[in-house]
Design a protein around this ligand. Structure first.
Ligand SMILES: [Zn+2]
Length: 443
C-alpha cells in the first residue's frame, strides 16, 4: 500500500462518504468491471430473532446482536438525526453511500461475512427497514431503508486492528433538495438527475467534443520519479493536447484543470454532462520490473487477464476506493441491459479510435508497447455511452519513456498524433453516422 487512507468527511452534498479503514493486507482487486446482481433481492430482513453468529477471529463479521440504531431527541413527529452502530468484528475497507427511490443508506465492507438468517437489531424500527446480503464479489452489504431524505454527516470505523470493530454512521435529516444519492452511469441512463455540482450541458455547436482526463491529482499523485509526478505531467500534457485539438477545430475539455483529486466516476460523469463524443484518459504510470515501456492504448475489456493491465487497474481504482467512491455496483437489471445495449455501439467506436491512434503513433515514430492496443477493466473506461480510451503515453518507470515525457518536443509530437487520430476517427464515425450532431468535416 502506498499510503493509508486519509479520512474523508462528507461535504454537505457529497455523493458518497466514507472513512476507509485500511488493513495492511487490504487492497483493491482488479477487474472491478465484473458486474454482480447480488443486490438486495436475497437479503435478509432483520425483523425476527435469530441465532447469534459465531465470530471468527480476523474476519469482519456483521453481528446484529451487538449493533444498534439510535435517534437523537425525543420528538417523534419530525425526522431526527440517526446513529447506526454496526458491529463488524474487525477492520476492513468499507464505504457508505446513499441511494434514492426509496432513500437508502448502503454500507459495504470488503470481506464482510453476514449472518445467514434474519436477526434483530436494536432500534431498527427507527428505520424503514434494515437488511443485508452479498454485495460486489468479496464484499458484504448492509442496507438501511431510511424514513426520509438524510445526509451522511460522519462515517468512521472504531476499534484497532485485531480488535472488535464497529462502523459508526451519523445521519442527519435534510430536505429533499439536499438529498444527494449516488449518481452514476445507471442513473444517467435512466434519465435521473445528475449531481448538481456538474457544469451545465453546453450548446451543440457542431464541433466534436473531446474530454481529456489527466490521470490522478490531489492527494493521489500517481507515479512519482525524481520529483516528477504523473498527475502534474498529465495535467501539463492535457493542457498542451487541448490546445492542439482546439486549434484543429475540436472542442476539448479537461476533467480537471488543476491539481485536485477527482473521483473516477466523476470524471466519466463530467464527460457525460457535456455530451462528450470521445473520452481520453491520459496516464504515465510505473510498473515494477520493467513490465511495460512505450505508448499503450487501452479499451474497455472486463475479461482482460493481462497482469500489467490488472495491476494498473488496481492502482487507478485504489484511491477511489479509499475515497469511498463506489466503482461498481447496481442492483438494477434493467439498467444493466441498457448499458450492454449502449456499449454495443460505443465499444466499436472506442476500438476504432484506438486503432487510428496506434497508426498515427507509428507514423509519428513514437515508441509503442509491443502490443499497443490492449483491453483492460479500468473504471474510467466504463461509460457505456461514450467511446473511451485510456492512453499510457509511456511509463515513468522506463528511462526512455521518462525522458520523452519530460521533453516538450516529444510531447508536441504526441499531441499532434493524437489530434490527427481524433480528426481521422471523426471522419470515419461521421461517415458511419455514429456521432450525434457532428458535421462531417471537410477533408
Ligand atoms: Zn495513472
Amino acid at each position: 500500500m502506498r499510503r493509508l487512507a486519509p479520512r474523508f468527511k462528507a461535504a454537505a452534498a457529497a455523493v458518497a462518504v466514507v472513512a476507509a479503514a485500511v488493513m495492511a493486507s487490504a487492497c483493491l482487486h482488479a477487474g472491478t468491471g465484473t458486474d454482480t446482481d447480488a443486490g438486495t433481492g436475497g437479503a435478509q430482513l432483520a425483523q425476527a430473532e435469530g441465532a447469534q453468529p459465531a465470530a471468527r477471529a480476523g474476519d469482519p463479521l456483521f453481528d446484529p446482536s451487538r449493533s444498534t440504531v439510535t435517534a437523537e431527541g425525543r420528538d417523534r413527529g419530525k425526522p431526527r438525526p440517526l446513529h447506526l452502530h454496526l458491529a463488524v468484528g474487525a477492520r476492513a475497507p468499507f464505504r457508505a453511500y446513499l441511494l434514492d427511490q426509496p432513500p437508502r443508506l448502503v454500507v459495504e465492507m470488503e470481506g464482510l461475512d453476514l449472518p445467514a438468517g434474519p436477526a434483530a437489531v436494536q432500534g431498527a424500527d427507527l428505520l424503514a427497514g434494515l437488511r443485508w446480503g452479498p454485495g460486489l464479489p468479496g464484499w458484504g452489504r448492509i442496507i438501511a431503508a431510511l424514513p426520509g431524505p438524510y445526509a451522511v454527516a460522519a462515517a468512521t470505523i472504531t476499534g484497532r486492528d485485531g480488535e472488535a470493530a464497529a462502523i459508526e454512521l451519523s445521519l442527519v435529516p435534510v430536505g429533499p433538495e439536499d438529498f444527494a444519492p449516488r449518481a452514476d452511469a445507471m442513473t444517467a441512463l435512466k434519465g435521473l438527475p445528475e449531481p448538481s455540482e456538474l457544469p451545465p450541458a453546453v450548446a451543440d455547436d457542431g464541433r466534436l467534443r473531446v474530454v481529456l482526463d489527466p490521470g490522478h491529482g490531489g492527494f493521489d499523485p500517481g507515479a512519482q520519479v525524481d520529483g516528477v509526478s504523473e498527475a502534474a505531467l498529465m495535467l501539463q500534457f492535457s493542457t498542451e493536447l487541448a490546445a492542439a485539438l482546439n486549434a484543429a477545430g475540436i472542442d476539448a475539455r479537461l476533467t480537471r484543470g488543476e491539481d485536485r483529486f477527482v473521483p473516477l466516476e466523476q470524471r466519466t460523469t463530467a464527460a457525460r454532462a457535456v455530451d462528450a463524443d470521445l473520452f481520453i484518459s491520459l496516464h504515465a504510470d510505473m510498473l515494477p520490473k520493467a513490465q511495460a515501456a512505450g505508448a499503450t492504448i487501452y479499451v474497455w475489456n472486463p475479461a482482460s487477464n493481462d497482469r500489467a493491465a490488472q495491476e494498473l487497474a488496481a492502482r487507478h481504482d485504489r484511491d477511489d476506493m479509499l475515497a469511498g467512491v463506489d466503482l461498481d455496483g447496481t442492483d438494477d437489471r434493467v439498467a444493466r441491459a441498457l448499458i450492454d445495449l449502449a456499449r454495443t455501439r460505443t465499444q466499436p467506436a472506442s476500438e476504432a479510435f484506438a486503432s487510428h491512434l496506434s497508426s498515427e503513433l507509428a507514423l509519428s515514430d513514437i515508441g509503442m508497447h509491443r502490443r499497443p492496443v490492449q483491453g483492460a477493466a479500468f473504471s474510467v473506461l466504463k461509460s457505456p455511452d461514450i467511446p473511451s480510451v485510456l492512453v499510457e503515453l509511456g511509463f515513468l518507470s522506463d528511462p526512455v519513456d521518462r525522458a520523452n515525457l519530460l521533453n516538450p518536443a516529444w510531447r508536441a509530437q504526441m499531441a499532434g498524433a493524437i489530434t490527427r487520430a481524433v480528426t481521422n476517427w471523426r471522419a470515419d464515425q461521421a461517415a458511419a453516422g455514429t456521432l450525434r450532431g457532428v458535421v462531417p468535416p471537410a477533408r
